[in-house]
Design a protein around this ligand. Structure first.
Ligand SMILES: [Mg+2]
Length: 125
């Protein structure tokens, strides 16, 4: 049953244009997309929908990506869902914090379709 199911990716991004670009790129990979526009929404949706992968923006108002990742790691429903930080941050300390807060990996903005596809396939295929 599981193998026939379309894999589901949760895109968490506060910027609408970038959210749309990500959505189109993920759909182009034949994957199902669900979306959240901030960290709080991401937690709620991830617990309910149990996506196979979460692409997590870091800089977002209120609940940022670090905090959302930490919460998702501590929640039994979502603790095993891989989180890939999608971020413009490139300081060593910021990326270190992504891993400390439970992200499995990161991709630095701006990225192209191939870079994103390779990263997504590492976790979802
Ligand atoms: Mg942002």
């Amino acid at each position: 049953m599981e193998t026939a199911e379309t894999k589901k990716v949760l895109i968490v991004e506060d910027h609408p244009d970038l959210r749309n670009i990500l959505r189109r790129q993920i759909e182009r990979m034949g994957l199902m997309v669900i979306q959240a526009k901030n960290g709080a929404e991401a937690i709620e949706i991830a617990v309910r929908e149990k996506p196979h992968l979460i692409l997590m923006d870091i800089m977002m108002p209120d609940v940022d990506g670090w905090e959302a990742a930490r919460t998702l790691r501590s929640h039994p429903e979502t603790q095993h869902v891989p989180i890939v930080a999608v971020t413009a941050l490139f300081r060593e300390s910021d990326l270190k914090r992504c891993f400390e807060d439970g992200c499995a990996d990161y991709i630095v903005k701006p990225f192209n379709f191939e870079q994103l596809r390779q990263k997504v396939e590492e976790y979802i295929l």
